[in-house]
Design a protein around this ligand. Structure first.
Ligand SMILES: Nc1nc2c(ncn2[C@@H]2O[C@H](COP(=O)(O)OP(=O)(O)OP(=O)(O)O)[C@@H](O)[C@H]2O)c(=O)[nH]1
Ligand SMILES: [Mg+2]
Length: 400
């Protein structure tokens, strides 16, 4: 989507402040949108926010704000305007028209979903991931074409003739539907192969790393398995599932690393990544990795738990691993500071205490890059796997 052959493309971000997302939240959400845009290769010049309970049905933001955006885009020759929420086809069309000040100006209007889909498309390596992403993209497109169609229909108002534009849309819809059917067929074949592979892995306990994107899942995978899975400070570095046989002391098990989750993950993506997520669904134990250095880590935990529930994997034995303790910072309050304590004022020790008392499953605090507390983490993992192994194979004691 972003043209990398030319100079780096520039973009502005747009988000709404309302009762679901206050000023602090929207700042954090736009940080994330900025990170997504950066991952896709764009440079953010400015953020626009507007206090609005519901998005404007025509242009997402009100006319005053739209004017500000238009002026900024014109003055700074901005290439892309990115909205933090999904745009309806009508909003997208209106915005494309209204942000331009003259007809030769090229400004792209994107929403969060398209941005995530584009990043997935650029990052997909294997045929499996590519097929899943392409399916998600077409599924996102289809209702949009359909909506355009019904919109034309209404304007036509009962006159029996079809205009050229409508025919085109009808053809487009047929092409998209055919493509979706073909991609689904392909996925069925790939899924079968993967299912056979999973079955042939035998009786080893299966552990899956799950978590928000960029929390350090692949880094932990590499640390535990001494393998070399691609890890970097970009969102969605991992799209394909990697499975490794890992041995702690003398206990072997299977460890899988998979795609990270994110707030407002497009539903079409979750749908088409079903088979990738089977690895999570079929796991015996989940390692839920959290980036404790991120100010919104609690929200991220909730997003992950919700996504796990959505894919039917919420009631699994889970080890909560707070990673990146080396990068953790907090605002220590002075003794005479009587303003109420917020989450930002809690030290690592206080957080540890509160999480440990809150959970009845294990939780560990580590730094994967600095190798802090890694032995304790491995021991916890070992104990959990061993216990499950003994339960499942009571007569098979040779492994430990
Ligand atoms: N400071 C610090 N950085 C870490 C730690 N663990 C991982 N990172 C960094 O965090 C970034 C993301 O790590 P990854 O392992 O790629 O994260 P991931 O969860 O696999 O990310 P996705 O595959 O994109 O979902 C990388 O730049 C890592 O070097 C840690 O303990 N401390
Ligand atoms: Mg990864």
């Amino acid at each position: 989507m972003f043209d990398t052959s030319k100079k780096q493309e520039t973009a502005v971000l747009v988000g709404l402040i309302n009762k679901n997302q206050d000023e602090e939240k929207i700042a954090e959400y736009l940080d994330e949108l900025d990170f997504l845009a950066d991952t896709a290769g764009a440079k953010i010049l400015k953020r626009f926010t507007q206090r609005l309970e519901h998005p404007d049905s025509r242009t997402f933001v009100g006319s005053g704000k739209l004017n500000d955006i238009r002026n900024f885009v014109k003055e700074n020759l901005v290439d892309i305007v990115i909205f933090d929420d999904e745009l309806s086809p009508a909003q997208q069309r209106n915005l494309e028209k209204e942000i331009k000040t003259d007809k030769d100006q090229k400004v792209k209007v994107l929403d969060r979903t398209t941005l995530i889909l584009d990043i997935f498309a650029a990052r997909a390596r294997t045929a499996h991931a590519k097929t899943q992403v392409e399916l998600a993209q077409y599924q996102y497109l289809l209702p949009r074409l359909a909506k355009m169609w019904s919109h034309h229909d209404r304007i036509k108002g009962g006159i029996g003739m079809k205009g050229a534009g409508e025919k085109e849309i009808e053809t487009d819809r047929r092409i998209v539907r055919d493509r979706i059917a073909l991609l689904k067929e392909r996925l069925v074949t790939i899924d079968k192969q993967m299912e056979t592979q999973r079955k042939s892995r035998g009786e080893l306990i299966r552990v899956a790393l799950v978590g928000y994107t960029n929390v350090g899942k692949s880094t932990i995978m590499n640390m535990l398995s001494k393998s070399d899975v691609f890890a970097e400070n970009k969102l969605f570095a991992t799209l394909d599932t990697t499975v490794r046989k890992v041995v702690i002391e003398n206990l072997p098990f299977l460890l899988s690393d998979t795609v990270g989750f994110i707030r407002k993950l497009p539903t079409t993506l979750v749908e088409s990544f079903k088979s990738t997520l089977d690895e999570v669904r079929e796991a015996d134990i989940l390692i839920h990795v959290v980036d404790i250095s991120h100010t919104g880590f609690e929200d991220q935990i909730n997003v992950v738990n919700q996504t796990l529930a959505d894919i039917g994997a919420s009631d699994k034995e889970t080890i909560l691993v707070f990673n990146k303790i080396d990068a953790f910072t907090f605002e220590q309050k002075e003794e005479d500071d009587l303003t109420p304590i917020t989450k930002r004022n809690l030290s690592l020790e206080q957080l540890k205490k509160s999480w440990m008392s809150k959970l009845n499953s294990p939780c560990i605090f580590i730094s994967a890059t600095n190798k802090q507390n890694v032995d304790e983490f491995k021991q916890t993992l070992y104990n959990n796997i061993k216990e499950l192994h003994q339960k499942r194979y009571p007569y098979n004691k040779f492994l430990y």
